[in-house]
Design a protein around this ligand. Structure first.
Ligand code: ADP
Ligand code: MG
Length: 537
């Protein structure tokens, strides 16, 4: 399959680029719904072709909401994946960070949409499996690298689902990229889909065991799959890579051939509010923390939707983890899941409101370049070395060509002289008087032979001269082409050197800044110390 990054629906309208995409999916009715809903009037009306959902307020009026996609009960897993997650996966493969997340009340189909493994029926595979299938089909084994971490966030603690002993993994900020990361989490390299399914299954088992131990329900925890992709442009058309860079680095255009991107696929805890009244102990803790992370997410989304200056990202682990997904540099797609039953009207209504606000969040999507300066520096140095030796070789060749051209010019002049002499001889021969006597006849025929001979010599010399002229012209053309090529190489080497100097400056600035800061502090401390001494004295 040819590599063809499709930013697709994200870039349909320029003002839409970076906006969080939100789709709504209605779960099919289950037996309980059929039993209870027979006496209730439907509260939802879906118009997928208009991307519209109508929520009935009462018997007379309803409210309409537009989403990026509206999926009815019969929407297939494949269609949901292709509309919601595939565009994110494709942009992650092009070097951007991406997030796909499901939000909704417990029992509305979040896990079905995101985490279904489709063991019995492959058409039921959810977003996690389909995304990994697409990634695996696209990356080049040996050149690119794919790895995953699988985590659970419960009661503000991050548990490693691939290593059950690690039950409080710290969230830190990567000093280089500024991104929030989980250095303590287990990272498993993935090479094929069966291996990925096994890892997911192990994670699910561990999740179940850990929840039983903590007396928790999985609907109260957030399941987080982190997919790390590292791609090299080797083996792909580098221009194809560069052509999709929305904010491609202008400063180091040659360095953008390596990408490290991250895809977060999150199955959130049920969005229903856990009532804190009437619960105690574990339940109260749970109520506080579950409400905390989802409340914080709601607050961040409200603040971002209203362009507020303060975004309370640091209020919970979930919002810290999602800081790049909402208001950051990632492409984000959210699927909100709702129940078709009128019994869940208020939860459905609040989920829809959450989705509508999330649609207003616009991210500044940015390419994740790998600023591994040292290896890039070495690579540039090698390129410069090879360009320099190429340039030297070309200069040697140029001298050689010039010498040969000079020699040709000499032989050309010589030939021209010879021709001139021969023409002179011919003219002399032609001017001899016609023979009258016998001796004269003999002389006449000798002259005729001489004239004929001279004519032949002239013709031969003219042919040789023509040949020499054309060889000369060819050599001149070669020299011109050669000089042009040399100039281009020289220009390329110069731009490389400039780039190297920039990179050096960049590194020097990075090293110098802490030093400068330290000096500023020392200079500030000296007058304070002098003043203190003065007052003490
Ligand atoms: P949640 O994760 O939101 O609590 P689940 O994904 O566990 O909800 O879904 C609850 C039940 O509904 C599961 O039995 C699931 O298989 C079923 N279900 C949800 N959505 C669908 C759907 N679109 N098609 C078929 N079954 C679904
Ligand atoms: Mg679930």
């Amino acid at each position: 399959m040819p590599y063809r990054p499709i930013l697709g629906r994200f870039l349909q309208k320029p003002e839409d680029a970076g906006r969080v995409r939100v789709a709504v999916r209605v779960r099919p009715r289950n037996d309980e719904d059929l039993y209870y809903d027979s006496e209730l009037i439907d509260c939802l009306e879906l118009q997928p072709e208009l991307r519209r959902l109508k929520l009935r307020k009462n018997n007379w009026s309803s409210e309409s909401y537009i989403f990026d996609d509206v999926f009815t009960e019969s929407a297939s897993q494949k269609r949901v994946y292709e509309a919601v997650a595939k565009p994110v996966v494709e942009t992650v493969l092009s070097g951007y960070n991406g997030t796909v997340m499901a939000y909704g009340q417990t029992g509305t189909g979040k896990t079905y949409t995101i985490g279904s493994l489709g063991n019995d029926n492959s058409s039921e595979r959810g977003i996690m499996v389909r995304a990994l299938e697409d990634v695996l089909a696209e990356i080049s084994p040996g050149l690119d690298n794919l790895s995953i971490s699988y985590l659970q966030l419960y009661l503000e603690a991050i548990h490693d689902l691939l290593a059950p002993d690690k039950n409080n993994i710290a969230l830190t900020k990567d000093s280089k990229s500024g991104e929030v990361c989980l250095p303590g989490a287990t990272v498993v390299e993935i090479s094929d889909i069966d291996q990925f399914l096994q890892v997911l299954q192990t994670g699910e088992k561990n999740r179940h065991a850990s929840n039983t131990k903590m007396n928790a329900r999985s609907s109260r925890s957030h399941a987080i799959l982190v997919v790390h992709i590292q791609r090299s442009s080797k083996g792909k058309d580098e221009n194809e890579f560069l052509s999709v860079n929305i904010n491609n680095s202008e400063e180091f255009p040659h360095l953008s051939a390596f990408f490290k991107s991250k895809l977060l696929i999150i199955d959130l805890a049920g969005s229903e509010r856990i009532d804190e009244s009437g619960v105690d102990g574990q339940m109260l803790e749970e109520a506080k923390f579950i409400n905390l992370s989802l409340n914080s997410l709601g607050k961040c989304i409200n603040a971002l939707a209203e362009n507020s200056t303060h975004i309370p990202t640091r209020d919970s682990k979930l919002t810290r983890l999602l800081s790049d997904s909402f208001g950051g540099t990632a492409r984000t797609s959210l699927i909100i899941t709702v129940s078709p039953s009128a019994r869940h009207y208020s939860q459905t209504s609040s989920t829809i409101m959450f989705g509508q606000r999330a649609m207003k969040v616009v991210n500044a999507v940015k390419l994740k370049e790998d600023y591994d300066s040292e290896s890039k520096y070495r690579k540039l140095e090698c390129q410069i070395d090879s360009l320099t030796s190429e340039l030297e070789k070309q200069q040697k060749d140029k001298l050689h060509l010039e010498r040969r051209l000079y020699e040709r010019e000499m032989t050309l002049a010589e030939a021209e002289n010879k021709l001139f002499e021969a023409e002179k001889k011919l003219a002399v021969a032609e001017e001899k008087p016609a023979a009258t006597s016998e001796q004269g006849q003999v002389e006449g025929s000798t002259y005729q032979v001489t004239v004929a001979f001279n004519e032949m010599e002239v013709t031969d010399l003219m042919r040789k001269l023509e040949e020499k002229r054309s060889r000369h012209a060819k050599m001149e053309q070669q020299l011109t082409e050669f000089l042009q090529n040399g100039t281009w190489k020289f220009a390329e080497a110069t731009s490389m050197i400039n780039l190297l100097i920039k990179l050096e400056n960049h590194q020097a600035a990075a090293v110098a800044s802490p030093r400068t800061q330290a000096m500023v502090i020392w200079f500030a401390l000296i007058p304070i110390a002098l003043l203190s001494l003065y007052f003490l004295w």
